[in-house]
Design a protein around this ligand. Sequence first.
Ligand SMILES: *Cc1c(COP(=O)(O)O)cnc(C)c1O
Length: 430
Amino acid sequence: MSDSRSAELFERAKVSIPGGVNSPVRAFRAVGGSPVFIASAAGATLTCADGTRYTDYIGSWGPMILGHAHPAVVAAITEAAAKGTSFGAPTEGEVLLAEKVKSLYPSIEMLRCTSSGTEATMAAIRVARGFTGRSTVVKFEGCYHGHADFLLVKAGSGAATFGVPDSAGVPEGSARNTMTAAFNDVPGLEALFAAHGSDIAAVIVEPVVGNMGCVPPDAGFLEAILALCTKHGAVSIFDEVMTGCRLSSGGYQGRVGLTPDMTCLGKIVGGGMPLAVYGGKRAIMEQVAPVGPVYQAGTLSGNPVAVAAALTTLARLDAALYTHLEALGAQLEGGLNSALAEAGVEGCVQRVGSMITLFFTKGPVRHWGHASSSNTKQFAVFHQQMLSRGEYWPPSQYEAAFLSGAHTEALVAQTVKHAHEALRVVATSS
Ligand SMILES: *Cc1c(COP(=O)(O)O)cnc(C)c1O
């Protein structure tokens, strides 16, 4: 469905880059198409290699909450770059960023910057293991926490989309200390703690899952995780790489008033640059070298250009932005629901704030076992139909779509109109 210039670039890319892409889900394999190559972006609009324009509902998979090429962010990046792009020595900006993150996330008393969410979760778990002297990590089926060996177990979206729930190249030993439970299954987690409580170093969770599509926690589920961790001396880790600064400026924890032991941030916190954060209680973070015995490092960690983008983005996460996102989210949710009803297609729309998924299965979807029963053939038709109408929707059933501050009521209305048309095609194709 992509243009000829993108098709030509994709053919060349496949010769030199596995699958032609630098991250698997960009390849559009799950929806049977070939990817659109992007030339530029501004606000809510992507412009592809041949000049075709799309309304963007991916936002670089989450970071672009202010919209693309926000003038203030571009200015901050330009100004920082002119002063030098990396020093390998501390800067004032890093101190300002640490203080800003702490002010937004009261659960974070100390933090470290990394260059990706993968590094942040990997480091958080190493620190939790160092702090507790235990090995076992509990994660939930369908949650994705980056591509570290021991976390690539039942890891949702990318992995699920490509039918590689457990990646090749991960030694058995790496996954041996990872246990999985079903999301929203409190009795399951209680049983796991009853049997293995004294071995569990940490429980890591996406507080609202984005990586099996948008799946919110049931009332009491996250509270149960925190309580079980406290009771058994394990470290609770909220992986808010996706939800952080999206569901409120203080993440989902800020929205609902929960206090995990540790938190991982990424995507938005880096303002569209490679920057992520892990942090938490002071006693836990004081395990990190050079203060403590847990080693973690990074040549480009706290990079000055990334820090400038981060500070400028975080300064703009005000109440007006989240009010705007909530209104647009409600408009899109209502519109997709009415389009499903009109077309007579079975599906459900799940949304928290500006994260939204249209599942092609009867809802509500509460865990991976249910999400994975979605009709991905129907999703592929929907995706192709939307793309051909200029709507750049995530190319997988198991990814959340995102709104940004640059989206408008008029753009969303147009998207809803296109969704009506696309779902009518889905209805006749199945
Ligand atoms: C994207 C994501 C990660 C990984 O972040 P990268 O920057 O891609 O390494 C980890 N956890 C969650 C919840 C994510 O959405």
